[in-house]
Ligand binder design. Structure first.
Ligand code: SAH
Ligand code: F3S
Length: 438
């Protein structure tokens, strides 16, 4: 058997892509290995969203080049967003690269590329059909009970900071029958949780005929999985958090009580320059509607600090938004100028020191809020899916996630990954809970 070393950077869509790559290459006779030295093929699944991940890829390529000098039969390839964006320019810079493939549907062309047909990455066309699950090699999934299910690709928003529309192309949705076939397959294999994935997952279905709304898809999935599976979805765009979707989250039992709703900034001036297409007030109204329908819903978000032109007052508005919404968790990023994006050319870039200071301030505030919220949950009973066994570092015997997507550690009970249990929240911290089985 040939050996494949696969390294993944970036978002959940990339993790899902890597499972598909491993599935496609398993059909070609490749098995995964951890050790680069023994690999016949090294593939780096790259991310282009922030500069840091890109730098790591370039330094890894240097390391692997040295291995290839020792073992000339070894092949090295790049896939994902960086490969898409840089294309054949990478070949000029790294002549020993054997393969370049973009993200998403390009994965299914890797075998022909390996056989020597060099196909430089091209951006998918708006109406390009996504490969059908029923006819494609099955992904080689990492977990035996949690699975990603990609339901759409690309993004039609053009936030001025974001490279995704240029690397993953315009929005395309998979036909509902194909998604349901995949979910049914997972159900049969005993999977306990699925996460529906898309760059703007809740914009799903706009290009489908007949038009299927995201809430229609959720209904169909809920009818199929009943109480057998938990259903999550990410990431949602605030503009597409429509009343029918809120109602679906409120009424469908399989849908978990958690929405990831990236806000990016709290100041209207910055939101407009980011081209997010909502105001702070409009965002807060959507959050209000969601909380009225599902009072205990968990909310998480993405934030960018130091977007070009962000003043100290603008940043204070982001802090005040954090205090107002009281998220359960946040991901905060320092703005990173990306090629091809409009914001990279804005003249008023914020200094590195200001970004560092702002991100620390935002994360500290969020830690305080989450600590208070999580302490407030002590005594409640929540459904937990156990995901991992003992973790000596955390001195825990098992770790899982609540339906609200909070990490929860156990210290006495021996629980088996894949099990669903009812747990009492015993302690609350900023980033996790501790639980007991009553
Ligand atoms: N809708 C996508 C967003 C992809 S990018 C999704 O599925 O999550 C993920 C997050 O990275 C964004 O929400 C944003 O907060 C952050 N991000 C994107 N571009 C960035 C940039 N140029 N600099 C810093 N953070 C960025
Ligand atoms: Fe990026 Fe904005 Fe789309 S953050 S993925 S362009 S919604």
């Amino acid at each position: 058997m040939a050996k494949l070393k696969l390294i993944t950077f970036g978002c959940q869509a990339n993790e899902a892509d890597s499972e598909k790559i491993a599935g496609v290459l398993a059909q070609e006779g490749f098995e995964l290995t951890e050790m680069a030295e023994e690999a016949d093929l090294i593939l780096i699944n790259t991310c282009s969203i922030r500069e840091k991940a890109e730098q790591k890829v370039y330094s890894l390529l240097g390391t692997f080049q040295r291995l290839k000098v020792q073992n000339p039969r070894m092949k090295i390839g790049l896939c994902g967003c960086l490969a898409q964006r840089e294309g054949t320019r990478l070949k000029d810079r790294f002549p020993y690269l054997d393969l370049l493939a973009g993200p998403g549907a390009m994965i299914y062309r890797i075998p022909e590329m390996l056989r020597g047909s060099p196909a430089p990455p091209v951006l998918p066309r708006p109406k390009e059909l996504l490969p059908l699950y029923i006819h494609s090699p099955r992904p080689r999934r990492e977990s035996l009970f949690k699975a990603w299910v990609s339901i759409m690709e690309g993004c039609n928003y053009l936030c001025t900071f974001c490279v995704v529309p240029y690397t993953r192309g315009p929005e395309r949705s998979r036909p509902p029958e194909d998604i349901l076939a995949e979910v049914e397959d997972l159900l049969k294999q005993g999977y306990r949780e699925i996460t529906l994935l898309g760059q703007t997952v809740n914009a799903y279905g706009k290009n489908l005929k007949p038009r299927t709304r995201f809430s229609d898809l959720l209904r169909a999935i809920d009818a199929l999985v009943g109480r057998e599976m938990r259903v999550r979805f990410t990431s949602s765009h605030p503009r597409d958090l429509t009343p029918d979707l809120i109602e679906a989250v409120a009424t469908l039992k399989s849908i978990c009580e958690h929405v990831h709703l990236p806000v990016q900034a709290g100041s209207d001036r910055v939101l407009a320059r980011m081209r997010r297409l909502y105001t702070r007030q409009q965002y807060l109204e959507r959050v209000g509607a969601l909380r009225r329908a599902v009072p205990d819903i968990a909310l998480s978000t993405d934030l960018i600090v130091g977007f070009p032109g962000e003043s100290e007052e603008d940043f204070q508005e982001t802090l005040s938004l954090l205090r107002q919404v009281r998220y359960d968790s946040i991901f905060a990023f320092k703005y990173s100028a990306r090629p091809l994006t409009p914001a990279a050319t804005y003249p008023d870039q914020v200094s590195g020191e200001a970004k560092t200071e702002r991100i620390h301030t935002a994360l500290q505030l969020q830690d305080d809020i989450a600590l208070e919220k999580n302490r407030g949950r002590v005594g409640t009973i929540e459904e937990v899916l156990i995901e991992e066994g003992p973790n000596p570092k955390m001195q825990s015997t098992a770790t899982g996630r609540t339906r609200r997507n909070q990490l929860i550690h156990f210290s006495q009970e021996s629980l088996v990954p894949g099990d669903t249990v009812s747990a009492v929240i015993a302690e609350g911290y900023s980033h996790y809970l501790k639980g007991k089985i009553p």
